[in-house]
Design a protein around this ligand. Structure first.
Ligand SMILES: N[C@@H](CCC(=O)N[C@@H](CS)C(=O)NCC(=O)O)C(=O)O
Length: 333
């Protein structure tokens, strides 16, 4: 039985891009069916006759065929950076309003500015002006909030809107890049485009057909086997604090889970090199041995920049999943 969700996607579609972005943030792996908009697979149209991507079909056959709903579903599986800002009603309202404005007004002007020939009688200049007015409002917000649309950290609104701002830039790179009034927005967009996640979410695949190859998204990640232990090096004081609070939320030395988005783990043979690289001068270090079957957040093995796969945990580490905590390196026998 395979209950891995199935994603119908189209590489350049901004709606599908934001859905894939959220799947990446949540540490999920899905069966990836890349489609051609001109030749949609009948399997997709059977489950979602409206014929738009993205479509996510869950293991229990639930069909999610709106990109924002895919994002919410993904983040309901894991949202280590609290992109949805659960716990703050005001911020959630702000996120909702920003996305609504993007999906209605901004998208309306973007389409008419970018594809003017498809809209006879419409004035490109008028839509350029209207789109720019919105872009300037967002620029102001980003400037006021310390780099992001809602506050000083990335939120669901940022993740849902950047693919559309990227499209605007593609329609008018010179205008976008030379407009001084858009500088903070440009820096904000660059943060998405320069992040390793961008390359991952823009990976290519041949159009899917039944019986053909079945790639996964993200294509450079694999499942973490649950029949062998996982390891994490922790500063002794962080582990002591976790034992008191009930869970552990440090990603790696000096960085928290909510800053990075996952907790770095290792397989046994990777522990020594991780220690040498990051913890050799760190004082008292504890090696945590983790039983992966006791974890409740998604686990995914992602490629490091060198290409080596490392297991990552996309949520807090419950101390009950830690079956051993010993000083590292241990005493020589
Ligand atoms: N409201 C939908 C819109 C999705 C959408 O319009 N996707 C476009 C591609 S960017 C599409 O599939 N269009 C169908 C077509 O061109 O045939 C969502 O958020 O998922």
């Amino acid at each position: 039985m395979n209950d891995r969700p199935v994603l119908y996607s189209f590489r350049r579609c901004p709606y599908a891009m934001r859905a894939r972005w959220a799947l990446l943030q949540a540490g999920l792996l899905v069966s990836w069916r890349e489609i051609e908009l001109r030749d949609k697979p009948e399997q997709m149209l059977e489950v979602s006759p409206k014929g738009t991507v993205p479509v996510l079909v869950l293991g229990d056959d639930t069909v999610i065929d709106e990109s924002l709903a895919v994002m919410h579903w993904a983040l309901s599986q894991a949202d280590p950076r609290n992109l949805r800002r659960l716990g703050s009603g005001d911020q959630q309202t702000c996120i909702q309003q920003l996305i609504e404005l993007n999906d209605t007004t901004f998208k309306h002007h973007l389409d008419r500015f970018k594809y003017t020939d498809r809209y006879p009688g419409e004035s490109k200049e008028e839509h350029r002006r209207a789109g720019l007015t919105l872009l300037r409002t967002w620029t102001q917000r980003i400037d006021d909030c310390g780099g992001w649309l809602v506050d000083s950290r990335c939120s669901l609104a940022d993740g849902a809107i950047w693919p559309f701002v990227r499209q605007w830039r593609i329609a008018d790179p010179q205008g976008f890049d030379s407009d001084d009034a858009l500088r903070p927005l440009r820096d904000w967009l660059s943060r998405f485009l320069d992040a390793p996640d961008f390359e991952r979410l823009m990976q290519r695949a041949d159009p899917w057909h039944p019986g053909g190859l079945q790639p996964r998204f993200p294509a450079d990640a694999v499942d973490v086997p649950t029949d062998q232990p996982l390891f994490h090096l922790a500063l002794a004081e962080d582990w002591t604090a976790a034992c008191q609070s009930g869970d552990y939320g440090i990603s790696t030395r000096g960085l928290r889970l909510d800053q990075v988005g996952f907790i770095h783990l290792s397989w046994q043979e990777q522990v020594a090199a991780t220690f040498e690289r990051f913890y050799a001068d760190a004082g008292r270090v504890v090696m945590l041995t983790i039983d992966p079957t006791l974890l409740t957040s998604p686990l995914r093995a992602d490629a490091s920049p060198s290409g080596e796969l490392f297991p990552h945990l996309y949520g807090r580490l419950p101390i009950k999943a830690v079956i051993d905590a010993s000083s590292y390196p241990g005493l020589e026998p």
